[in-house]
Design a protein around this ligand. Structure first.
Ligand SMILES: [Zn+2]
Length: 453
């Protein structure tokens, strides 16, 4: 039951590292045994379980629901003087799991050979358990913030967009959910690159600008092909071009900072990706999307009938965009990849179906310094590096609602690497190395102690 070196801050607060790790394991096992697959979510019992644990430790708890049976939990520990609110955010819902594809029951929460198994063991009941075990242990030890407030937000409904969870609570209860500093999911598992051990701190998330590419033709009976003008065949060159390349790199400040931190030249992203590919092709595939706009065609449709030549074909493209870039840059990227519509190229039309800009927090902050110092202490020689998440999390709702809030995604793993954890997220056999659960629990203890005094 390894816990890593006990940190001075946590030890000073009189908290035993082994006990702390056990508490996190018990909470995570308990949480996984509540099936909170969303839809439907059904998170209420899990939330009651967490609220009971925090209330017993001395937290003021409140359950706030947009819909019956799906409450969000806010738990706070107030300090004696005014100061910043530090919030630990997590979601308790999960995606589905097909037991037939798993080696173990996805809702067992059992520990086998040092791994705790189950849906949510990485994304993200583990982080919720670590946050709550850390905060409850601090409160039971008699610690209270010297200034400010420690806030825990365990929300519902993240996996389908956060409408009843983070989005709702920040919109309907801004006074209760407001925070200055936020730690959420989205980073923290280590990776090794060019002889350096790095822990990614997610500072920014890409936006979504989905669009449809359409081609037009003339309908006719499929038995007389020359009488029609087949829109589906015109989609061929469009797909060829989408397959051939991605738009040129467009580095946001956080992506530049990432390249610099891993020892690469932000002025030469092409060379950087090439070197990354040679050193570790999988790592290159994971990190390259940070560096610009990406296109992934995912759906296509044409004729509704097998015997009718289609007059319209439509391909849907999932497009992810670094923060700071928007529709103009995406339009330019479309022309770069597909060419100008019309002769001598392909005649096509595009239409945006979703436009959500990326979001970010400053990569330079006291909270980043606290994280970087902690990483360097716990894993000598390792460093914290800013990363951009290709997807998005509930952090965007907090950044939208509270523009001054500094929000990062961070859940440190020092045993299970980024490349080991990534395929388990939303995949089969999701499990966490219990040593990492203990490691992260210490992190949440230490950050609270160092930030709020
Ligand atoms: Zn998640």
């Amino acid at each position: 039951m390894g816990t890593d070196s006990s940190s001075s801050a946590t030890a000073t607060a009189g908290i035993d590292a082994v006990e702390l790790a056990r508490e996190a394991e018990a909470l995570l096992g308990g949480l996984i045994r509540f099936n909170t697959v969303n839809p439907p979510g059904n998170e209420e019992q899990a939330q009651q379980f967490l609220a009971d644990h925090l209330r017993a430790a001395g937290f003021q708890c409140e359950l706030l629901a947009a819909e019956p049976g799906r409450p969000n939990l806010l738990a706070r520990l107030k300090g004696s003087a005014p100061g910043p609110t530090l919030c630990y955010l997590g979601h308790v819902d999960t995606v589905l799991a097909n037991p037939a594809e798993w080696q173990r029951d996805p809702w067992s929460g059992e520990i086998v050979d040092g791994f705790l198994w189950g849906r949510g063991a990485i994304d993200m009941k583990s982080q919720v358990a670590a946050e709550i075990a850390a905060c409850a242990a601090l409160a039971r030890a008699g610690w209270r913030p010297a200034t400010g407030e420690l806030l825990i937000a365990a929300v519902v409904d993240e996996e389908t967009g956060g409408e009843l969870g983070a989005q709702w609570i920040t919109r309907e209860h801004p006074d209760k959910s407001r925070c200055d500093l936020l730690i959420n999911e989205g980073g923290g598992a280590f990776f090794d690159y060019a002889g350096r051990r790095c822990y990614g701190v997610c500072c920014a998330e890409k936006g979504v600008f989905r669009f449809a590419v359409s081609t037009d033709g003339t309908a006719a009976h499929a038995s007389l092909p020359a009488l029609g003008d087949n829109a589906l065949l015109k989609m061929g060159p469009v797909l060829d071009r989408l397959a051939a390349r991605q738009p040129s790199y467009a580095l946001c400040a956080e992506a530049q900072a990432f390249l610099e931190a891993v020892g690469e030249d932000p002025g030469d992203p092409v060379g950087a990706v090439e070197r990354m590919r040679q050193s570790d092709p999988v790592l290159a595939r994971v990190f390259e999307p940070m560096l610009g706009i990406t296109f992934s065609p995912t759906r296509i449709r044409a004729s509704e009938k097998i015997n009718v030549i289609p007059s319209l074909a439509e391909c849907k493209v999932d497009c992810r965009v670094p923060p700071g870039l928007g529709e103009d840059e995406v339009r330019a990227a479309i022309v770069e990849v597909l060419g100008e519509p019309g002769p001598p190229g392909v005649e096509y039309r595009t239409e945006f179906t979703e436009r959500i800009a990326g979001n970010r927090s400053p990569a330079d902050s006291n909270l980043m310094d606290t994280i970087a110092t902690w990483v360097a202490e716990q894993d000598p020689g390792a460093r914290a590096v800013p990363v951009v998440l290709p997807g998005f999390t509930d952090s965007r709702h907090y950044r939208d609602a509270f523009p001054d809030c500094v929000a990062y995604g961070f859940f440190p793993h020092r045993h299970q690497s980024l490349l080991e954890t990534s395929p388990l997220i939303h995949g089969a056999d999701e499990r966490i190395d219990v040593r990492d659960l203990g490691f992260a629990t210490q992190f949440f203890c230490d950050v609270a102690l160092r930030t709020l005094g």
